[in-house]
Design a binder for this molecule. Structure first.
Ligand code: BDR
Ligand code: CA
Length: 331
């Protein structure tokens, strides 16, 4: 893999680690285009505490134990944590695989605090990649409304523009688990890229890909192959073969520039925070888009509806590369 022409992007990852979150974390740590400078965790696939443990253990396996991990919100803004989705991500979030326990512990302070601190340390350059419910970002915006002025971009995995939801008929899980937080993130004044189910469900890993991970010389890649086993079972009825949607790693790869959006109009997006059947829906104004992307003037939110290449092969190349992990960034 060639070295990137530009300096690595400092990235704060907010996640509910999580099988596909694990793929995203490994991608960001392994991509030469990125330096992962901090991780915040939130409840979703598993609790925020367990997500932090999983993140620390993965970082150790990936030779990047120095990345600070902060435990974020256990409960969502209007709802207490419901116990996660053990039938999808396992009781421990990482497919019931026992990862070697890292000796590292979470840093003191909340995920929101770590994000705010990093926004000062990397002012103007920090890119947020959020791949769980958006509670921590909403709390950070509450604590420091000037946060967006120091953040270069935000990329989230979440929502469903024209595709059906996966938590409800219209709500995707990350948005539907905390619609109030998602609304705050969508309403904030920053460059926001939404990577919805419309594109993440189109990017898939297959059993042959999982075998390539299991046969890799890179310990972290082999762990990913094991972690994916249970997730492949969950997606069997959806795809007809044991395979996995690549929700979170697609957002990571788009943030890193490894996958380029080819259809991503900047359009108004509203999150439904009512208590009706539309709760958690991302309502994107895609009227008049049939001839290609038409950006609405002044809108800073883009919704990814098409990309330049399938993520799977690129993801495997990046996470199995024996390159040095987590390239340093110049400040
Ligand atoms: C999203 O929900 C979580 O379960 C996955 O990790 C992903 O972030 C997909 O809807
Ligand atoms: Ca996730």
């Amino acid at each position: 893999m060639n070295a990137p022409a530009t300096a690595p992007i400092p990235v704060f990852l907010d996640c509910d680690t999580g099988v596909d979150d694990s793929l995203a974390l490994a991608y960001l740590v392994s991509s030469p285009a990125v330096r992962l400078v901090g991780i915040g965790t939130v409840s979703g696939n598993t609790s925020s505490e367990q997500a932090a443990r999983n993140s620390l253990d993965l970082l150790a396996l990936l030779d990047a134990p120095e990345v600070p991990v902060a435990i974020g919100a256990r409960d969502h803004l209007r709802k207490t944590y419901n116990g996660g989705v053990p039938h999808i991500h396992g009781t421990n979030g990482v497919g019931d695989v026992d990862l070697p326990t890292s000796p590292h512990e979470p840093v003191a302070g909340s995920a929101a605090r770590l994000l705010i601190d990093l926004s000062h340390a990397y002012a103007g350059d920090l890119h947020i990649v959020a791949i769980g419910p958006l509670t921590n970002l909403a709390l950070a915006l509450r604590e420091d409304p000037t946060l967006p002025s120091r953040v270069s971009a935000v990329t989230i995995m979440g929502g469903a523009a024209l595709a059906p939801g996966n938590l409800s008929p219209v709500a995707e899980a990350n948005i539907g688990n905390d619609p109030e937080a998602a609304a705050a993130v969508v309403e904030a004044d920053w460059d926001l890229t939404i990577v919805p189910l419309d594109v993440t469900m189109e990017n898939v890993l297959h059993e042959a890909d999982r075998l390539r991970l299991l046969e890799s010389d890179v310990p972290g890649a082999r762990a990913l192959g094991e972690i994916l086993d249970l997730y492949f079972d969950f997606y069997l009825p959806t795809y007809g073969t044991r395979s996995s949607a690549l929700h979170d790693p697609l957002a990571a790869a788009i943030a890193a520039g490894g996958v380029i959006p080819t259809l991503a109009p900047r359009v108004p997006v509203v999150v439904d925070t009512t208590d009706g059947p539309g709760r958690g829906q991302t309502v994107a104004d895609l009227r008049g888009q049939s001839l290609g992307a038409v950006d609405h003037p002044g809108v800073r939110t883009r919704v990814v509806l098409g990309t330049d290449r399938p993520l799977g092969p690129h993801l495997l190349d990046v996470v199995t590369a024996p390159a040095r992990r987590n390239a340093p960034v110049e400040v």
